[in-house]
Design a protein around this ligand. Structure first.
Ligand SMILES: [Zn+2]
Length: 317
């Protein structure tokens, strides 16, 4: 009888602990039920999304401009906030503008999303392909409260292969090495609110290709899922080592990501001229673009038109 009461108390304690942690997580109060507490999570402009590259539209963006102090090392605070390992900063303002973002955006934090193994964990997908993780550099225009997030897909690879590539791709190595500092400092922060100060260089963390990206309007990927985020998802992934996410999976959270949300009538733009990741048009995802065009090119009508045309030609042969 006493053991029954004890088990009951433990169950109640677990439920209460989950509630105290902000009523959302990636387990019992995971992404599928967030909208019960946070209605915006069921909105029509949610993030992340699966980027179907064949359906993106090319657009010319002016370049990103970062303040010069992006290239300096500063002390950042790395802390376990119970949902992810977040990095904040209290030094001189780190600002960016350009890339068709109106206004000046100030760095707020960066953090990571990951999954239970190296083949899953990114929030955004590219043609259905998932990456081991994804980093989000969050910025805010404090005049308009518009949020802009720079997202980097993270590809993990075995340590030995990465070592072999060290001499070939010096810039990539510098980025990988900077992330190593982040992962190394994170591994002891296994309790919520644990924190540490580390020196980091934001410019190196963000890699060396900030020119090729996809752009769309979406939301925060965590509650309250507010739909005021301009997303920039960079095409070039950041390389990290396989084992680096393992500490997160084993000691922090098994997984920390939300799956792709419906695109609805949103358009995804790409900054680069040629899309070489997929040459196969996807009728389903392109339908929302073509519905604005001619009747003949709406979804299946295109196929009917082709059949009619072939029959018409054959009749006269
Ligand atoms: Zn995030």
């Amino acid at each position: 009888m006493e053991s029954g009461i004890l088990i009951m108390n433990i169950i109640i304690m677990i439920l209460v602990t989950d509630k105290v942690n902000g009523a959302w997580n990636y387990r019992r109060f995971g992404p599928d039920v967030w909208s019960k507490t946070y209605p915006q999570c069921a909105g029509n402009s949610q993030s992340p999304i699966n980027i179907k590259t064949a359906c993106t539209i090319q657009k010319n963006f002016n370049p990103f401009n970062f303040t010069p102090n992006y290239n300096e090392e500063f002390n950042f605070t790395l802390s376990n906030d119970g949902h992810t390992m977040v990095v904040t900063y209290n030094g001189p303002k780190l600002l960016l503008n350009g890339a068709d973002l109106n206004g000046n955006y100030q760095f707020v934090n960066f953090h990571l999303h990951w999954g239970p193994n190296e083949n899953v964990g990114s929030e955004h997908q590219v043609n259905g392909i998932k990456y081991a993780g994804e980093s989000h550099f969050v910025y805010e225009d404090f005049e308009t409260h518009q949020i802009a997030v720079l997202a980097f897909l993270m590809k993990s690879q075995p340590y030995l292969i990465n070592k072999k590539y060290k001499k070939l791709y010096h810039d990539e190595y510098l980025t990988t090495n900077q992330w190593y500092k982040y992962f190394d400092a994170s591994q002891n922060l296994v309790q919520e609110n644990d924190s540490v100060t580390i020196e980091l260089n934001l410019s190196l963390l963000m890699g060396n290709n900030l020119v090729d990206f996809w752009r769309y309007n979406g939301s925060l990927t965590v509650p309250p899922c507010t739909e005021n985020v301009i997303w920039t998802v960079f095409k070039q992934p950041i390389y990290v080592f396989d084992y680096e996410f393992e500490t997160f999976r084993d000691d922090l959270l098994f997984e920390s990501y939300r799956g792709p949300q419906s695109l609805h009538d949103r358009q995804i733009y790409r900054s680069f001229q040629y899309e070489n990741l997929s040459t196969i048009p996807d009728q389903n995802c392109c339908s929302n673009i073509k519905s604005k065009g001619s009747f003949l090119f709406k979804g299946n009508n295109l196929i009917y038109f082709h059949l009619f045309y072939i029959n018409f030609i054959m009749f006269f042969i």
